[in-house]
Write a protein that binds this ligand. Structure first.
Ligand code: MN
Length: 694
């Protein structure tokens, strides 16, 4: 059969009405463009784009993708310009060719300086049109199938590693399972040739003991199902060396201990028969526990749906079984490409949200190295997924916490989250989410991200948002502190004297051009505010003999950034207070009696509580000893919440069989609140002891 005819046949199988004239034109155009070029194998170069188009047709990509696959190397390797392609095949095809051509220039080699930037380019290209990724994966698959023709071993390794690290992962994330498996296996054969050989031999021997074992097992299943008037389509196969190898690595087991060297698949017409088939299998064979997975009621983030189980099957062979409907089978084998590309609605899918999340990581200012680490983490970690109260799926990496969930829903939700309700129970932000959990995020407009969150957030998006917020806010807080300290110093100027002018003069005399930078430097203690005071006197400006200092108003600051409550005396609202500037940390607030007991060289800073608002909270640490029982934490947290006290952090200091000692950081607004809290904690049966840390 001629190549051209083979391709036409493959497309015709799923697109009966396609324009054969256009395909013919593209075929001849590409063949002509690559005339005289050779592949490493010695074959004509055209064999490559043709193979890529054929793979694309087997994956049932849409028609413009097939044409673009044929042309995908012409814009790069030949004299053909994109304008020519556009005039001959239209803008849609030209844009796809352009996208694939741009991807070619991106390199992900380790040690590559521009890794992060390159990953960003890749994601941007994919996000513009998912079909570009599909074509790129077909291209990569054919290059991997012919990799052994390349002479340079280093180049082979680099391509194989990149395939394993980037393209197999991308294939899996968009649900192209067959492509993912083949890519992984080909890369594995190149990267670990000895292990590949050894496993391939073992798999062969496993079958060699009884070459017809798969067929015999299938017949036994068919007979069993016939008795129940069920006629599933059953197929069996050996697993690939790579999938066996990675399972051995993951579970630390030897080949002989593996239960699923052979896997069977049952395809049935509808969901109900799938569950009934599962029932028949579980009644007739012993189920191997912990292996059962219901991806039907809980699909994987990439849309994969199936029932997985493992049984001690015929001949006492442990075997793995997948059960799914015909429709799910199509999706699992060819990915969602058909569905997305045709209906153009892939932007609503989980895969797209995942891409968007990755892109957001790049919109923050961290070092390229850190960026790439995060992006990779995001791409590789095993996924779980949870539901919003409205039933939307949110996919997250394993180990993600409520705060990750909040940021995955929306940046604003993340920035104002205070806790979560997980499957109906109140839980703190650091609660680790389980697969399938229903999560409702509780928010408060007064809430702000805290640097502490960074310790338990694991998704790149959440961490980037938190760090960005903390960083901007920290600057703002120190600048505000510096500005208020400066105001105190300038208060001694004669009334009506232009403060603004003096301010600029002062900043200049300390070497600062921008006023904001000068204020921040004072706040951070880089420029001692006492020196600024001296300078004001030395500039010979008209000074007042007596003046009133405007106290620093604590309600203007967020505690814990540029303003802290001292651990020695724990000032509570309405206690008389003063401040002490600690370079690098900001102003530390003490009660006046506490400060009087200290010997300090720097003068006190006049401070006042200011208007009591929700911001004027005081941070306290409680030492709690609670019983080590299910729900103790929830009870304590609920009790504090009922008193409208915020618990901002909890640390387990010690734990034994009976008791847990924790240090809880809480925020109270009034002294009575603390008294109330202590009283109700002391009467709570789960609490053995409580006191305030001094
Ligand atoms: Mn190519």
């Amino acid at each position: 059969m001629s190549r051209q005819f083979q391709l036409i046949e493959a497309v015709h199988e799923y697109l009966p009405e396609f324009d054969e004239g256009v395909l013919d034109k593209a075929y001849r155009f590409a063949k002509n463009a690559h005339k005289g070029q050779k592949r490493a194998s010695g074959e004509s170069y055209f064999s490559h784009p043709w193979s890529v188009a054929l793979i694309a047709a087997q994956l049932r990509l849409d028609f413009p993708s097939i044409v673009a696959a044929l042309l995908h190397d012409t814009a790069e390797d030949t004299q053909t310009s994109l304008a020519t392609i556009e005039s001959l095949f239209g803008a849609d095809v030209a844009q796809l060719v352009d996208g694939v051509t741009k991807l070619r220039k991106i390199s992900f080699s380790p040690g590559e300086k521009h890794q992060a930037e390159n990953a960003r380019k890749l994601l941007l290209a994919i996000a513009s049109d998912i079909r570009i990724l599909f074509i790129k994966l077909c291209d990569r698959l054919h290059n991997m199938r012919t990799l052994h023709h390349l002479v340079n071993p280093e180049k082979r390794r680099r391509i194989a590693q990149e395939t394993l690290d980037i393209f197999a992962v991308l294939a899996s994330r968009i649900g192209l399972r067959a492509v993912q498996e083949e890519l992984e296996n080909l890369a594995f054969a190149e990267l670990r040739p000895e292990e590949y050989q050894r496993l391939a031999q073992k798999i062969e021997m496993f079958g060699a003991q009884d070459p017809k074992i798969i067929g015999r097992i299938i017949r036994i299943f068919e007979e069993l199902f016939r008795e129940h008037s069920f006629f599933p389509d059953i197929s069996g196969r050996h697993k690939t060396p790579y999938s066996i190898w990675s399972k051995m690595q993951r579970q630390h087991v030897r080949f002989e201990e593996l239960t699923d060297v052979v896997a069977f698949r049952f395809v049935l017409p509808d969901v109900e028969s799938c569950y009934r088939a599962l029932g028949i299998l579980h009644t007739n064979f012993r189920m191997l526990p912990t292996r059962f997975k219901d991806y039907m009621s809980l699909p994987k983030p990439n849309g994969y749906r199936s029932l997985h189980t493992a049984i001690l099957g015929p001949f006492n062979k442990p075997i793995e079984i997948q059960i799914r409907t015909t429709e799910m089978e199509v999706v699992a084998e060819s990915g969602k490409c058909a569905h997305w590309a045709y209906k153009n609605n892939w932007k609503g899918t989980e895969s797209y949200k995942w891409l968007k999340g990755l892109l957001e990581i790049f919109n923050t200012n961290v070092t390229p190295k850190e960026l790439f680490r995060r992006a990779k983490h995001e791409m590789f970690s095993k996924g779980i997924f949870c539901f919003t109260p409205l039933g939307d799926l949110i996919s997250l990496p394993e180990g993600a916490t409520a705060v990750d969930f909040a940021y995955a829903v929306h940046t604003n939700i993340g920035n104002s989250c205070i806790g979560a309700r997980i499957d109906g129970h109140i839980a703190p932000l650091w609660a680790v989410l389980q697969n399938g959990a229903n999560v409702e995020i509780l928010t408060d407009p007064d809430q702000h991200p805290s640097a502490l969150w960074d310790q338990f957030a694991i998704t790149g998006k959440a961490r980037a948002c938190i760090q960005k917020f903390v960083c901007t806010q920290e600057r703002a807080e120190f600048t505000r502190l510096g500005q208020r300290l400066l105001q105190q110093q300038l208060a001694r100027l004669e009334e009506g004297f232009p403060q603004e002018e003096t301010f600029v003069r002062l900043a200049k005399s300390f070497g600062y051009g921008a006023q904001r930078d000068f204020q921040e430097a004072i706040g951070r203690g880089r420029v001692p505010y006492t020196l600024v005071g001296n300078k004001v006197q030395r500039l010979g400006l008209p000074l007042r003999t007596s003046f009133e200092v405007v106290p620093l108003c604590l309600s203007d600051f967020i505690p814990g950034i540029a303003m802290h409550y001292a651990d020695c005396c724990h000032p509570i609202a309405q206690n008389p207070i003063v401040g002490e500037l600690i370079p690098g940390r900001g102003v530390m607030i003490h009660t006046i009696p506490c400060m009087k007991g200290k010997k300090s060289n720097t003068p006190f800073i006049e401070t006042a509580w200011g208007k009591l608002s929700s911001q004027a909270r005081t941070c306290l640490h409680l030492n709690l000893t609670i019983s080590n029982q299910l729900g103790s934490f929830a009870i304590i947290l609920g009790l504090l919440r009922d008193l409208e006290i915020r618990t901002t952090h909890i640390r387990v200091a010690h734990r034994d069989l009976d008791l847990i000692r924790v240090v809880a950081e809480i925020q109270v607004e009034r002294e009575e609140q603390l008294a109330e809290a202590l009283a109700s904690l002391r009467t709570c049966p789960r609490v053995q002891a409580v006191d305030v840390q001094r």
